[in-house]
Design a protein around this ligand. Structure first.
Ligand code: PRP
Length: 226
């Protein structure tokens, strides 16, 4: 029986399928691939198409929701992809992660209203309620500190939760800090630094090894030189 990494064939062994995350990181992802000569045949950002094929160069680009990129790569629907460390830690998909691309940088933090923070002492927390898009990371983080956590899973606008009394605290990503600031919240603990990673399907790594190794090394040079 085929293992999971081979379940969905990402084309023939001569073509390569790349899953790119739509949204914030797409532009930077395209830029870094362009530097090593890998470019979609048309402007992906201005199109509603989800697949872009470059038959001449044996390349196929998929436009994927960022949280789904590791799934496409784990199952071999894409040979390689770009995924945030947040998504990789949350989903724990079985993919090879050879390179930190150093784009999409931000951090995952615990935040709470400034008024609460003024009288709060995180070292005294024993049981807290947290709203987040990242229940697995949150659970693991607080379990490692021996703190009981009641999780409320949300899908966006996490900063709203403490303002409306849904939870006292949140776990979310911070890039510029502007969303926290504009909503009267402050960072109280950092959980981890985040950046986008190149990920590779484990079977593709063997079947398309030479081509993938060339891409990894090309990107590594670009990242280290930047
Ligand atoms: C992300 C994140 C924060 C915000 C942080 O949300 O969840 O809300 O960006 O950025 P800042 O520190 O630069 O203000 P996103 O815009 O992706 O949308 P979401 O609220 O739907 O998750």
């Amino acid at each position: 029986m085929k293992d999971k990494s081979q379940q969905s064939a990402a084309g023939s062994s001569s073509s390569l399928t790349i899953a790119l995350p739509k949204g914030r990181v797409m532009k930077q992802a395209l830029k870094i691939f362009a530097k090593i000569g890998i470019e979609p045949p048309e402007n992906m950002e201005e199109s509603r198409k989800l697949i872009f094929e470059d038959k001449k160069n044996g390349l196929r680009f998929l436009v994927v929701k960022p949280t789904d990129v590791p799934t496409y790569v784990e199952y071999g629907a894409a040979d390689i992809g770009i995924a945030g460390k947040d998504v990789l830690s949350e989903t724990e998909r079985d993919v090879y992660e050879p390179l930190d691309l150093k784009i999409g940088r931000c951090r995952m933090i615990v935040a709470e209203p400034a008024a609460l923070s003024a009288k709060d002492d995180p070292s005294q927390w024993t049981s807290i309620r947290i709203a987040t898009k990242y229940p697995n990371i949150t659970e693991r983080y607080f379990a490692s500190k021996g703190i009981q956590v009641e999780l409320i899973k949300l899908y966006g606008s996490i900063e709203l939760a403490p303002l409306i009394g849904l939870s006292e605290r949140i776990v979310d990503l911070v890039e510029t800090g502007e969303t926290l600031r504009q909503n009267g919240l402050v960072e109280v603990e950092k959980i981890m630094d985040i950046s986008s990673r190149l990920i590779v399907n484990r079977a593709s790594l063997k079947i398309k090894g030479a081509r993938i190794a060339e891409i990894i090394e090309g990107l590594r040079k670009e990242v280290e030189g930047s």
